[in-house]
Design a protein around this ligand. Structure first.
Ligand SMILES: Cc1cc2nc3c(=O)[nH]c(=O)nc-3n(C[C@H](O)[C@H](O)[C@H](O)COP(=O)(O)O)c2cc1C
Length: 443
């Protein structure tokens, strides 16, 4: 949990214990924002969200109010308007949405009702990661309680996914929700105009929606004063990796990586040196250790060449071989590529194969250039950002740690030998590669 001097908004009231029961949530002012929004009416409620400049917490960081304003108004829409909440949370390093659902499920439900009111939605859906069974049960129980208390005026359906990372991509999610294979749609049209069942649809992340009650409680302008310009409010930072106290820390945007890692997370065990930081989940480009004093806000991290993304901060200490780390990440994206578009399907495989060759000491310098070339050929050419995520992440490891890649090639093997902290942590897809020696030899 965050230190007391920081404002806590999304997890407010849960400092002493979970707020799963309706009466506990009510005790900390729960559902007062919904009442306030009902008095304000749809237009003024949406205006508060716009004034808050609330940026999406799922990855792309688009302003929620702006996205909502792309929807037709309920009077103009030919089809019903839908609200979809993205609770797929499958990005390696991300585990904040599950904590919100587990600890303050009613804040999500209240946020859904306020957002539905603001956009004139007829029905709401929560698409929850299939593996989050206990979170599904907690949310379903809270929903049943809220329904019984007549707090839910726009129906909410909770739908469980079946374990595919791609279904977190908003259009693949919609396909999956419609009962089809979860693969991205080509865009435009964007979901705001043609979304679920061809209807105008607003899609937002769990944390984005769970922030809405506090926006209404404080007022948009007051909310926008928390954090920094263009990255307003607090954020749940999921801290993991080589750090003493991993976990979710709710802190204002603008807090530095150093404060998160050392003050909140207790630093790195054994006094080891920081080597790199992944700032926004595995899909975000890696930052070298000298960026530790960078402010954790959307624009600062982007200026430094990466993304804040889902604010999933992974700490990497000096023991890690970064070729192994890039390889591990590329294996994830290769395995999760849905195969619908060629640059991603083929590109993620090529990236993984070349990295594997480098790690095993079988690659030439020309193949290191080939790796960068393949990354360039994937970037910006895929149906969705999955291929881009792989290409951008891998390219960043080569950019910042090129000497380490070259050392593998020059020495004909991993300079870390068996000492890398990643050795022995077998990826579940490793078995697959055993049958792929032929392909690798042909490379
Ligand atoms: C491959 C892929 C996986 C994604 N997974 C998630 C996810 O698990 N949860 C999420 O909220 N957004 C995910 N996104 C982003 C969504 O497409 C979308 O931008 C987000 O749900 C919008 O909500 P927000 O504006 O509140 O951030 C993913 C995107 C891609 C390309």
């Amino acid at each position: 949990m965050a230190k007391a001097k920081h404002p806590i908004l999304v997890l407010a009231g849960a400092e002493q214990g979970d707020l799963r029961a309706l009466e506990d949530y009510r005790r900390v002012g729960g559902y007062a924002s919904l009442e306030k929004a009902r008095k304000l009416g749809p237009g003024a409620t949406l205006e508060q969200i716009k004034q808050a400049a609330l940026r999406g917490r799922g990855g792309a960081g688009f302003q929620m109010g702006q996205k909502a304003s792309f929807l037709p108004s309920p009077g103009q829409a030919k089809n019903p308007i839908y609200l979809v909440v993205n609770a797929d949370e499958s990005e390696p390093g991300a585990f904040k949405d599950r904590e919100i659902i587990n600890r303050v499920p009613h804040r999500l439900i209240e946020g859904i009702q306020i957002a539905a009111l603001a956009i004139g939605a007829e029905r709401c859906f929560v698409y929850i990661r299939g593996e989050y069974l206990s979170e599904y049960e907690v949310l379903s129980a809270a929903l049943a309680e809220a329904e019984a208390a007549k707090l839910v005026s726009v129906p909410i359906l909770v739908h469980r996914g079946a374990g595919a990372y791609i279904c977190g991509e908003e259009t693949a999610l919609l396909e999956s929700l419609e009962g089809k294979r979860g693969q991205p749609r080509s865009k435009p049209p964007f979901p705001a105009l043609v979304g679920l069942y061809n209807s105008p649809t607003l899609i937002n992340n769990v944390e984005t929606i769970a922030t809405v009650p506090k926006v209404i409680e404080l007022g948009g302008e007051a909310y926008a004063k928390i954090g920094v310009k263009d990255s307003t409010g607090t954020r749940l930072f999921s801290l993991s990796g080589d750090v003493v106290r991993g976990g979710n820390y709710e802190l204002p945007h603008g807090t530095s990586f150093r404060e998160l890692i050392y003050d909140c997370g207790g630093g790195i065990a054994g006094g080891r040196k920081l080597k790199a930081i992944i700032p926004g989940g595995s899909s975000s480009p890696v930052l070298p250790a000298d960026q530790v004093d960078l402010s954790m806000d959307f624009d600062s991290v982007q200026k430094a060449g990466s993304f804040l993304g889902s604010a999933s901060v992974i700490v990497i200490d000096e023991r890690a071989c970064l070729v192994q780390l890039a390889l591990r990440i590329s294996q994830f994206y290769m395995n999760e590529s849905c195969g619908k578009c060629t640059p991603c399907r083929e590109g993620t495989r090529w990236i993984e194969m070349i990295l594997r060759k480098i790690e095993q000491g079988r690659a030439s310098m020309a193949e290191l250039d080939l790796l960068s070339d393949v990354c360039d050929r994937v970037l910006g050419k895929c149906l969705c950002a999955l291929g881009d995520s792989d290409a951008m992440a891998v390219a960043s490891y080569v950019k910042h740690f090129r000497a380490e890649f070259e050392a593998h090639i020059e020495q004909g093997g991993c300079p870390y030998g068996d000492t890398s902290s990643l050795v022995g942590v077998r990826s579940p897809v490793d078995e697959i590669y055993r049958g792929r020696i032929g392909q690798e030899a042909a490379l």
